[in-house]
Design a protein around this ligand. Structure first.
Ligand SMILES: [Zn+2]
Length: 193
């Protein structure tokens, strides 16, 4: 456990939901939340590890009240996938980083103009997706990836976590060789995050 802690550096860039440590080693402070004993970042920013006082906090990089709107193109990280739905944490609108976490839901009927059989062939947990907001209800944003420019922009191997490479329409892990399926965006792995 200590070997992990010593690798972490103060000031590193973190995304909402990113793991910062556990409550046994740090006291969660500003810009963090705790889930099942694990401290996560609530915002996009720089993590500050105060080793003397054993406190961890995150200083947001962006301030203000930018929220996704219907019609916005957003970037999010997939946090959960079910047979018919995927949930993503939206952290960017267009090129603008957001100061908080927004929940986006992608339903299987909004993935593609074609019929999609299983959400597990569309995206996986921790993938980065680009999507369009099609409706909003109680701060839950419904997403669509029905366009060539939309879909998974970065996918990670479900076996080893490495970034999958797209070659000749095949997504393959350069480390372990696993071949996976996603609904990728046209600029998969090419666009800046
Ligand atoms: Zn792999």
């Amino acid at each position: 456990m200590t070997s992990h802690s010593s690798e972490r550096k103060s000031g590193h860039f973190v995304l909402p939901g990113e793991r910062l440590g556990v409550i046994e080693e740090f006291i969660p402070d500003t810009g963090t939340y705790v889930s099942e004993g694990v401290i996560h970042s609530k915002v996009i920013g720089r993590a500050l590890l105060d080793l003397l006082n054993k406190r961890v906090s995150v200083y947001p990089l962006v301030h203000g009240a930018t929220v996704p709107k219907v019609g916005s193109t957003v970037i999010g990280q997939v946090s959960n996938v079910q047979a018919e739905n995927a949930v993503a944490r939206i952290f960017k609108i267009g090129n603008k980083l957001l100061s908080g976490i927004f929940t986006g839901v992608l339903h299987i009927s909004d993935v593609h103009i074609r019929y999609v059989e299983s959400m597990f062939d569309v995206c996986k947990t921790s993938d980065i997706i680009r999507a369009k907001v099609i409706s909003e209800k109680n701060r839950v944003y419904h997403l669509s990836t029905k366009d060539k420019s939309l879909g998974v922009v970065y996918a990670f191997c479900s076996q080893c976590g490495y970034t999958l490479e797209l070659k000749r329409q095949v997504l393959r892990c350069p480390r372990c060789g696993k071949i996976e399926k996603r609904k990728t965006a046209l600029d998969y792995e090419k666009g800046p995050l």
